[in-house]
Design a protein around this ligand. Sequence first.
Ligand SMILES: Cc1cc2nc3c(=O)[nH]c(=O)nc-3n(C[C@H](O)[C@H](O)[C@H](O)COP(=O)(O)OP(=O)(O)OC[C@H]3O[C@@H](n4cnc5c(N)ncnc54)[C@H](O)[C@@H]3O)c2cc1C
Length: 289
Amino acid sequence: MAEKKKRADAVIIGYGWTGAIMAKTLTDAGLSVVALERGPARDTAPDFEYPRIIDELRYGVRGDLWQPLAKETVTVRHNLDEVAVPYRKYGSFVLGNGVGGAGVHWNGQLWRASPEDLRLRSHIEERYGKSFIPEDMTIQDYPVTFEELEPHFDHFEKVCGTSGVAGNLRGEIRPGGNPFEGARSDEYPTPPLPPIYAAELFEKATAELGYKSFPLPAATVTSKALSAAEIVLANSKTIHDATPNRFMMLRSSAVHVSGGRKSPDHAAPRGMSASGLKFSPSRKHKRRQ
Ligand SMILES: Cc1cc2nc3c(=O)[nH]c(=O)nc-3n(C[C@H](O)[C@H](O)[C@H](O)COP(=O)(O)OP(=O)(O)OC[C@H]3O[C@@H](n4cnc5c(N)ncnc54)[C@H](O)[C@@H]3O)c2cc1C
């Protein structure tokens, strides 16, 4: 006989980033939530333990974290005259599958949308004229502005645990960061990843040509000491509480791909997990350099 489960207030279909954030927000509001995920359940241990996590054949070649395209896929066409055909071989566009979704194998580059991204039609029309965008191109402005989203970008960067240099802090353009970004209300919670040798060469070469390079904004906690992200976690209700293992996964994968030199002072805290964190809660946290 079918097992009858307790009724839930909300059902979330798919448990990637979006589903997890919604689940946390709804449970914080006092609702009971069930998430239905089509792929396998995953947990920090044992799924992301070494050496299992570096199994290139399983993950890199056989795509164990991805949606199996033989079972279910999307169709693609390049223009309106083509017949849409099923996408059967992965290229750069990889679909997530299982708890954590595509966030399990993302690269941990944490770019904010720019003010121009969010009002792209207006921006292009102002810059190149109204006739520049072809009539059948459905490009639109978003219904939200950068200013409206900024507090949420800031919150997410602290909850997720990120590193970088603010290039535009409350309207002031600052050296070392991205001078083209929208105005931030705050710095990144931890300092940028230390440059690898290739990045040092790139920075030197571009500076000589008059360009401004900057470290990648990364979903990697670089400070060994308690980061601002952890202070936020300790003091507020956050997504972290609901999905501790997934956030651990995201952090480890980010450290992996970003290629930062792993010096003792800059390595992401080893074995850090929400349940294992030791907090000294204080809102008066100073950014550690
Ligand atoms: C290889 C790769 C690298 C990336 N790198 C970056 C990066 O560096 N920086 C960045 O910002 N972004 C990056 N991204 C994008 C980022 O990972 C995604 O935008 C983000 O994870 C999307 O989250 P989501 O919750 O919206 O969707 P998903 O993560 O796709 O989650 C959707 C979930 O729903 C489940 N699902 C789907 N259909 C059903 C169904 N019918 N029933 C039940 N469950 C279902 C899926 O299995 C999946 O778990 C990368 C993506 C990929 C693929």
